[in-house]
Design a protein around this ligand. Structure first.
Ligand SMILES: *Cc1c(COP(=O)(O)O)cnc(C)c1O
Length: 370
């Protein structure tokens, strides 16, 4: 297990803690933690900071979780100037709490902000906000196997102004939600619909930024696929030639020949922290990893012929999701016998063993929060 280099987060953080005057009781909290779903329950506090053109970042604090007061003219409500992040805090057997590569999330948050003309939050503030919030709400970090505290940092234009320009006032918040295991009993393969009529992103657009607008655009295709009985959509690129990613997860294709391929970072796909970690692990396992343009036709032919042994999606929430069925206009194919394959299983086990402190963190991927 890695060694903690951290002094008490509460004393080093730039975020001032103002404890909630009405936190949930031990019994109320226990009831929430006994029945975890994704993203429905939140802890007693939230982290917050404000940015203005004149003052820069200020008012860093952790305060009671609760509704925001917002002007109806707040720019985010009209022009969607917003970015977010998603990562988890994991309880280890010794009671310490860790997050996985939060510096990578801080860096991506900064890149997303730049694309959306939002101010960059310094990495130290990003990490301090996570540490101070998790320290304050540490009783909310679930300890049942496979559970974690999901952290959602986000930033939005709060200036009351209907003119179209980058806002002069921005709010940054972090909220935290205890979540159970994504797969309660073993990896469950998902059915994917390949979308050809709808695009998630295009060259020069916002596909590489983690912004709410990308998600808004994916809801309609997602709903249409769900109505056909599919779990998720696989988006193709703007020219409809290459595989890109799912609505919120990257995709990896494992060939019978031991080559793992994933779409290269073309500028219109999201650079997943899970994706990059998995590529490292696969290389160490001895697979040849190729970041490249994957033609949709090649993927379909490969699944049909059996050249493609496994396909999985990856992201923070599920870690990996095996893809057991791939369908679209004119084809409907089973992938890898409809089961999670050995590489997919290995990746899931290896990554979660590191995250939960069951295996050595030889890459230095874990950062201690509490
Ligand atoms: C967040 C996200 C991912 C996965 O990123 P991780 O850092 O692995 O969680 C993939 N695609 C999109 C569109 C995303 O928003």
């Amino acid at each position: 297990m890695s060694e903690s280099t951290l002094t008490s987060p509460a004393t080093v953080s730039s975020f001032e803690v103002r404890p909630s005057s009405s936190p949930r009781t031990v019994t109320e909290r226990a009831a929430v933690l006994a029945d975890l779903r994704f993203g429905t329950a939140f802890t007693d506090h939230m982290a917050r900071a404000v940015w203005t053109v004149d003052e820069g970042w200020h008012d860093r604090r952790v305060e009671a979780y609760g509704p925001l007061q917002m002007d109806p003219a707040a720019a985010v409500l009209h022009y969607a100037q917003e970015v977010f992040e998603g990562l988890k805090a994991y309880a280890h057997p010794d009671g310490s709490v860790w997050s996985f590569r939060p510096e990578a999330n801080a860096a991506r948050f900064a890149r997303s902000a730049e694309r959306l003309a939002l101010p960059v939050l310094p990495e130290q503030d990003f990490l301090d906000s996570l540490r101070t919030l998790v320290h304050t709400d540490v009783e909310w970090v679930p300890t049942t196997p496979g559970s974690s505290l999901y952290l959602r940092p986000f930033m939005f234009a709060s200036e009351a102004f209907l003119g179209v320009r980058a806002a002069n006032r921005v709010d940054y918040l972090v909220i935290a939600s205890p979540v159970g295991p994504y797969f309660a009993k073993g990896l469950k393969p998902v059915a994917i619909w390949v979308s050809r009529d709808y695009k998630r992103a295009a060259p020069g657009g916002t596909g590489a930024a983690k912004c709410g607008g990308n998600y808004a655009a994916s809801l309609r295709p997602q709903a249409e696929a769900a109505a056909k009985g599919f779990d998720q959509i696989l988006f193709t690129d703007a020219s409809d030639t290459y595989v890109e990613e799912l609505g919120g997860m990257n995709v990896v294709v494992v060939g019978k020949d031991g080559v793992a391929s994933t779409p290269r970072l073309s500028g219109s796909i999201l650079e997943g922290v899970t994706r990059s970690s998995i590529l490292t692990l696969l290389t160490e396992r001895g697979l040849e990893v190729r970041e490249r343009d994957i033609p949709v036709a090649e993927l379909i032919d490969g699944v049909r012929s059996g050249e493609v042994a496994e396909v999985f999606a990856c992201g923070t929430a599920a870690v990996v999701s095996p893809i057991g069925r791939l369908a679209g206009e004119g084809f409907d194919l089973e992938v890898g016998g409809g089961e999670a394959g050995p590489v997919t299983e290995w990746v899931h086990r290896t990554l979660t063993d590191i995250q939960y402190g069951r295996a050595e963190d030889s890459h230095g991927w874990l950062t201690r929060l509490v």
